[in-house]
Design a protein around this ligand. Structure first.
Ligand SMILES: [Mg+2]
Length: 254
């Protein structure tokens, strides 16, 4: 009998991809919105200051595993441009919303994803666990692509406080699905955050390489050169058909 009762899934580059031009468009949208809110900034000045500020917050989050949020990046950038604005100022929060809305039209499902989720949700509880700074932005994206309905739980690092590969978020995933960590298969593309993270928390990782193997654009953090699993004996799938084959094999490990 199969020992697994639940499947956890990463979002970016596992279920969906984002077209390359999305980031530039979103930063333009963000800048225009801040101008509309009354800040006399130019696209050029804001873009460069904002990018550097964001990168420094992201670097810190990757080191501490504590998730960051876009409102701090915007507030920090505006501060450097002479505007002292609280990160929770409604003008900033509205701009964050606009920023994430700009990504929607550039998001695409990896082929076969809806069918795969529909199929495996008949036999397993499904949980989404994503490193995503903004809970509302993540939920809008999932609704836009019609994915929310398949999941019993949606866990977003921006709401959890911690990000993958920290064990806190994998424990939270198992707990939200009401199963033990060893009863969860976790599918993701990132060798560090997904594969090692899941492994260290006692989940069974499955490494998905669709984006890597097809050189699909906008895959932040993905080392395209890495072709072998980051840890020995980690199942690797490139197409959803390979997941079905993996799930259908007899599981003998206890
Ligand atoms: Mg990913």
């Amino acid at each position: 009998m199969c020992r697994f009762r639940a499947v956890g899934l990463d979002l970016f580059n596992t279920l969906i991809t984002i077209e390359e031009e999305a980031l530039e468009t979103a930063i333009h949208t963000l800048t225009r919105n801040l101008q509309f809110e009354g800040f006399a900034i130019t696209l050029q000045d804001f873009n460069s200051v904002y990018t550097n500020t964001a990168l420094s917050y992201i670097r810190e989050a990757k080191q501490s595993y504590r998730e960051t949020h876009n409102r701090f990046w915007i507030s920090g950038a505006l501060d450097k441009l002479g505007y002292s604005v609280d990160p929770d100022d409604p003008r900033i929060l509205r701009s964050v919303e606009q920023y994430f809305a700009a990504f929607l039209e550039y998001s695409k499902l990896i082929p076969g994803t809806t069918e795969m989720l529909s199929k495996i949700s008949q036999n397993y509880k499904l949980g989404l666990l994503s490193n995503f700074t903004d809970g509302a932005g993540a939920r809008n994206l999932l609704n836009h692509l019609g994915l929310s309905r398949f999941f019993s739980s949606l866990l977003i690092s921006g709401e959890l406080g911690y990000r993958k590969p920290h064990p806190f978020v994998f424990d939270a995933l198992a707990e939200s699905l009401q199963v033990k960590p060893r009863e969860v298969i976790y599918i993701g593309d990132d060798p560090e955050a997904d594969v090692k993270g899941a492994l260290n928390s006692g989940l069974q990782p499955v490494w998905t390489t669709y984006v890597r193997d097809n050189n699909v654009s906008f895959a932040p953090g993905v080392d395209q050169k890495l072709k072998e699993p980051p840890e020995p004996n980690i199942p690797k799938i490139c197409h959803w058909q390979e997941l079905f084959e993996y799930l259908n094999q007899p599981f003998t490990k206890s």
